[in-house]
Design a binder for this molecule. Structure first.
Ligand code: ZN
Length: 625
């Protein structure tokens, strides 16, 4: 009986799986057939190192164990490859990195000593977007045993095949309904349900901490983060770029937009791919109202790279293109980037060093995001840092688009887009959040008290240099008192975001002689990571630890005074100060609720005494001007 039930259940499950899986694919917009020169990169049957993706004609992708076992064998067989663990996930999986180099006995130090430009690429930060893993397997195989060894003549290469290792194993055909393959895809967030591409500033996760450690130890000249899109349909199969016209690294930005783009676009085109700029439909549906590129802030890999003066490239393969086409495009981009660094890596290094030496006096905490009235709100990069943004005159863009049609929905009674699969060209508006705001004058440095041990630990993880004091020290500093404040996420909803209750507030500066106990740290902003330190420590920055809710305890007043003490004290205060009496009478007249609230009245008097907690709402980090 039990057995029969089991069979029935299996048949039922199989049927429902078939129905669901055919449903998801059948609802995707039409695929456009593709063939390109890069297909010649696919290993022939019988090749000893053929990958699972190649063997299956890019229908499947290997799981964590199969991937890592394959890399272990490959690295053991080739003197050019070394496989190292850069950290462990919360579920105990090693996060592996492959080092490809002609150097002997590779370490971070020996790679630096070689003087060769170093490229770091990572796949699977969102583990369902795994194109980079299969592309990297093919490329490293070809470097080790194919005809691509010469790529390492002038460049060293670090490759992380799967960053979000736990989520990669939460694999299913139902994880990414907008994506055309592979068959099973990993999950977007890690085992703690945290989005790794929102963690670059705050550093909650072991995965991103591991990557930052690699960046600090190995010092790559270029960092590539490989994703797959969601959203609109268009002809481009691979879109990528730096953070655009805005940012903190002007030299690097220009290099990415000219030298890098021109070189890699040519290679991709030659190989049958269609590279394009990063694209987000402004109205979240189609491109009739233009494209929008926003500056997301250092929670994102590309903005974080820009802020710490590291050439960072966000790759977004187009989710509606077949998996084979996407993997091959990624291979070409990886190879093209290595080729470019062989000739232009040194000049990129010089440009980077120059950006690292700039000390801008006033640093913007954010960029205005052009807002559209009545836009459909999905999870996009644009729904943070809204401020009072205005739409500035946009540039225009010739878009290799896909025709679309707006339907009236019988389900929601609203509009929705249908993509028709027909290539068209459109000239569209191209909006950018290029207007900076909330400028903060660069202080000489910051004092972080020993009590903020978690923040100090994370500042160290970023590689920010600091002096730790071993004796208590009294210092004259500027400190912020938090004034108007609200709790809630970027959309002002009172709900947690990425495991945090966020807070935003206005500040008022005050000068104080503050005693910093032993173990407190001083952070000079006269360092390459000075801009990063500012965006992490200024409370109005959206990616500061203050905004992420690391200082919620300052919102609580813990000492108090009894009414039998405060009553006679208040009476005496009124007798002694006619000005106070006048102020009190006025406040009662203006504020009826206050006038009828004995507690509020006594608290008001209490706040004017020396007994009141002078650290209430005081942000504990000091600024030396
Ligand atoms: Zn992604």
């Amino acid at each position: 009986m039990q057995h029969i039930n089991k069979i029935r259940l299996t048949i039922y499950t199989l049927c429902s799986l078939l129905v669901l899986s055919s449903t998801a694919q059948s609802f995707l917009p039409p695929a456009i057939e593709w063939h390109g020169k890069s297909e010649s990169l696919i290993a022939k049957p019988g090749n000893l190192w053929i990958t699972t993706a190649e063997k299956s004609n890019f229908v499947t992708t290997p799981d964590y164990n199969e991937t890592m076992n394959w890399f272990k064998k490959l690295a053991a067989a080739s003197p050019l490859l070394t496989m190292v663990s850069i950290g462990k996930s919360v579920e105990g999986r090693d996060i592996y990195m492959i080092i490809a180099s002609t150097e002997k006995n590779v370490t971070a130090a020996s790679l630096k000593k070689s003087g060769k430009p170093l490229m770091l690429a990572q796949a699977g930060i969102h583990s369902g977007e795994i194109d980079g893993k299969d592309a990297g397997m093919m490329l490293l195989r070809d470097i080790a045993f194919g005809d691509k060894k010469s790529l390492l003549n002038k460049v060293n290469f670090l490759f992380i095949p799967i960053l979000s290792v736990d989520a990669h194993e939460r694999s299913s055909p139902y994880n990414r309904p907008n994506q055309r393959g592979p068959q099973n895809m990993g999950w977007r967030t890690n085992a703690q349900n945290l989005n790794l591409n929102r963690d670059y500033a705050k550093l909650d996760t072991k995965e991103i901490r591991s990557v930052i450690k690699v960046i600090n130890e190995y010092d790559p000249v270029l960092y590539m983060d490989i994703h797959v899109t969601d959203g609109a349909d268009y002809q481009y199969d691979i879109t990528f770029g730096g953070i655009g016209q805005q940012g903190y690294s002007h030299g690097i930005r220009n290099w990415l937009e000219t030298t890098y783009k021109n070189f890699t676009d040519k290679d991709l085109t030659t190989n049958g791919h269609l590279p394009g700029p990063l694209l987000n439909a402004f109205n979240n549906q189609d491109f009739s109202q233009g494209n929008i590129v926003t500056t997301g802030g250092p929670r994102f890999s590309d903005s974080y790279g820009d802020l710490r003066h590291l050439a960072a490239i966000l790759v977004e393969n187009h989710s509606l293109k077949p998996y084979k086409q996407r993997v091959l495009g990624t291979y070409v981009l990886l190879e093209s980037t290595l080729k470019l660094l062989a000739t232009a890596g040194q000049s990129l290094k010089e440009i980077t060093d120059k950006d690292k030496s700039v000390r801008v006096t006033k640093i913007p905490m954010a960029w205005k995001v052009p807002q559209m009235k009545n836009s459909v709100s999905f999870d996009t990069r644009s729904n943070q840092q809204n401020a009072d943004a205005t739409i500035t005159a946009p540039d225009s863009l010739h878009l290799s688009a896909i025709a679309s049609f707006i339907h009236k929905s019988s389900v929601t009674n609203s509009d929705y887009v249908e993509w028709l699969g027909k290539p068209v060209t459109m000239k569209i508006a191209d909006y950018k959040s290029s207007e900076p705001f909330d400028f903060i004058t660069r202080p000489k440095g910051y004092w972080v008290p020993a009590s903020c041990d978690e923040v100090i630990a994370r500042l160290k993880m970023h590689g920010i240099k600091m002096n730790i004091i071993t004796q208590p020290r009294e210092v004259t500093v500027e400190m912020y008192r938090i004034k108007e404040y609200t709790f809630g996420d970027d959309n002002n909803k009172l709900q947690p975001f990425e495991g945090h209750m966020q807070v935003s507030g206005t500040t008022k500066s005050e000068t104080r002689n503050q005693l910093f106990p032993a173990g407190s740290v001083y952070i000079s902003t006269d360092q390459a990571l000075g801009d990063l330190a500012m965006l992490l420590l200024e409370p109005t920055s959206k990616d500061s630890w203050f905004s992420w809710g690391f200082f919620l305890s300052i919102f609580q007043r813990t000492e108090y005074i009894e009414a039998y003490v405060m009553e006679p004290m208040a009476k005496k205060m009124l007798e002694d100060s006619p000005e106070l009496k006048k102020e009190f009478e006025q406040k009662k007249k203006q504020d009826n609720a206050f006038a009828n609230d004995p507690n509020a009245i006594l608290t008001w008097f209490y706040s004017k005494t020396k007994y009141y907690d002078d650290r209430y709402l005081l942000y504990p980090v000091g600024r030396t001007l």
